[in-house]
Write a protein that binds this ligand. Structure first.
Ligand code: DGL
Length: 270
């Protein structure tokens, strides 16, 4: 009898920087039967304020890199890249790709009884209306609100700071009002926002469900993979960053919630 080698899928996870580690964190929790390659394009972030053309070009080069490293599935953890360039990235790589918007919208649609949701995201994601379209397809009306200061505040580690709470009130107090006073779901449409969940819980009305696209994406990945023959054991994770590996490690540990080793610097052609 020949022994069967059990195969663990290799999942490439791509983001503009360390924020996508919130998605990797959920993947490690929900899909521990896979191994991971994480790419943070730290030299070229932020993506949230860039054009669709630029984001698509950067994202495709990063996705190509992950495929060359052996990725068999691609998770586009960056909301902005998913919003602005999902189709282009997915058709440029020859492996199955999953973005964060469809799973986030699906979870929000399931959570919302009033069929009205608020989406908070970067300028780029909001301007693309990708969440609005995805939610409309599921019968949910969306109000989008760009919250560009949240990314630098989270990167500064100010996830429980009074300044961040004030900023959150300024962004959100007027949003759950008027036509949207009955909205009962808040979609966290940016990699960094899951770290603000406890603070946002205090800022938005109590009846509002907070929907984390990172959690939803990991769940969608678990449903997509046939893991019945995957070997058990700890996931192997390799990290790649286009800027300083030390900076990536230091900033990344806050997002991943554990130690980061094994970071390789990558120079991508521009
Ligand atoms: N990763 C981006 C997103 O989820 C946020 C950071 C950036 O603007 O690059 O939209």
């Amino acid at each position: 009898m020949t022994a069967t080698t059990l195969k663990r899928p290799a999942i490439g996870v791509f983001d503009s920087g360390v924020g996508g580690l919130t998605v990797l964190r959920e993947l490690l929790r929900q899909v521990p039967q896979a191994d991971y390659l994480y790419f943070g394009d730290t030299a070229r972030l932020p993506y949230g304020s860039k054009s669709a053309e630029t984001v698509a070009k950067y994202a495709i080069s990063a996705a190509d890199f992950l495929v060359k490293q052996g990725a068999e599935h691609l998770v586009i953890a960056c909301n902005t890249a998913t919003a602005l360039a999902f189709e282009r990235i997915a058709s440029a790589v020859k492996i199955p790709a999953l973005g964060v918007i469809e799973p986030g919208a699906e979870t929000a649609a399931a959570a919302s009884k009033s069929k009205q949701a608020v989406v908070i995201a970067t300028e780029g994601t909001c301007a693309s209306h990708a969440y609005k379209r995805a939610l409309a397809a599921k019968g949910v009306e969306a109000r989008e609100k760009a919250c560009p200061l949240f990314v630098p505040l989270v990167e500064e580690g100010w996830t429980e700071h009074e300044v961040t709470e004030r900023v959150a009130h300024i962004y959100l107090d007027g949003v759950f009002s008027g036509d949207f006073s009955g909205a009962d779901a808040l979609v966290l449409g940016c990699t960094h926002y899951p770290l603000l969940k406890p603070l946002l819980r205090r800022v938005v009305p109590a009846h509002v469900a907070i929907v984390d696209s990172a959690e939803a994406t990991a769940k969608a990945m678990a449903e997509r993979l046939d893991l019945s023959s995957a070997s058990s054991g700890q996931p192997l994770v390799k990290f790649f960053a286009t800027d300083s590996v030390d900076k990536f490690r230091k900033a990344g540990e806050k997002f991943l919630g554990c130690k980061i080793e094994n970071v390789t610097h990558v120079e991508l052609e521009s």
